[in-house]
Design a protein around this ligand. Sequence first.
Ligand code: PEP
Length: 246
Amino acid sequence: MTNKYMYFVANWKMFGDLRTLNSLDSIIKFSNANKKNKLKIVYCPPNTLIRPLSKRLKKTKLEVGAQNCHENENYGAFTGSVNAGMLKNVGAKYIILGHSENRQSGETDKLINLKIKSAIKSGLKIIFCIGETLVEKKNKKTNQVLAKQINNGLKSIKNKSNIILAYEPVWSIGTGLIPKSNDLLKSVSFIKNRFGKKPPKILYGGSVNSNNVAQLKDIDIIDGFLIGGASQSSKKFIDIIKKTFN
Ligand code: PEP
């Protein structure tokens, strides 16, 4: 039985439209009825749904986040982009940054660092994703990669109080594979230890579902989960939450 505060962050990626919001009635009901568990639920839909979702969740305990932003904190001629302040303005309280799907399409540690800084200035809480690829894992480079992503991504950021880490092995995202418990414990401990006396919250992400969450939640230095595919179904998402607290 988990007795600490647990985060459940839904990353909807590029899925969902206005009709999808109707499917959230059951999670709202579940969250309203759930008085005993320490639970923080954050939905990160595509930008098009941030405003309508935050309106719908107004009188609930559920919160809304974004999935990425432009690094420039000011307005500017950046076609197709939005900055952190604009996302905050329409209701986002959190933002996922450094997701491997964006790293794979060219986002560098340096760019992620600029984005994190602009999101901090805008008052958003950051869910900063890090994780190794399969090749890096096979070459026993996991710790080296994590250290580099943390050092460069958080370079010259002194106040880290609004930063949550999400350890997401790239080979685990969307594949149905999760790390062995021992490996996961080692990686999360490694991340935590890099922050000295005041470690951030650390989430695990990568193929979390209601069948494997019992195994994952046993690693009690994990503070919650970042959930992609399974978060698109309220039923699956609720099942994951229930099994976490069982
Ligand atoms: C993610 O994209 O952050 C993620 C964890 O996806 P999935 O749960 O589908 O592996």
